[in-house]
Design a protein around this ligand. Structure first.
Ligand code: FES
Length: 115
């Protein structure tokens, strides 16, 4: 699969994520300054969507039990060995945001949540 357009940059809120689905994969888009990050939209704790959590800087806080994840790396910022979430390649051209869910950008130990 290649990069596919998923959103307009102007549609992505700055204080929380925005969910899109590509090839059956739910992905949260996060706008951090001039950059956009894409991270699988499933909390590794109990699978709830992370995109509507509370975004503090680069960290999204799961609204259910408060687990934090850095949207740039997929890791809990205080636990670099635990529960990484897959992050995906992003391209932004003009106002168009594209992602490729076959190109994982973070630690390959990050796996889709298994339930
Ligand atoms: S479901 Fe996210 S912290 Fe529990």
């Amino acid at each position: 699969m290649a990069f596919v357009p998923v959103a307009r940059l102007s549609e992505i809120p700055i204080d929380r994520g925005m969910r899109v689905v590509v090839d059956g994969v739910g992905v949260g888009l996060y706008r951090i300054g001039d950059e956009v990050h894409a991270m699988e939209d499933a909390c590794p704790h109990q699978g709830f969507p992370l995109h509507d959590g509370h975004l503090e800087g680069c960290v999204i806080i799961c609204r259910v039990h408060g687990w934090p994840f850095d949207v740039r790396t997929g890791f809990d910022p205080d636990n670099p060995d635990g529960f990484p979430i897959p992050c995906f390649a992003v391209e932004v051209e003009a106002d168009e945001v594209r992602i490729d869910v076959t190109k994982q950008t973070n630690d390959p130990r990050a796996n889709r949540r298994r339930s």
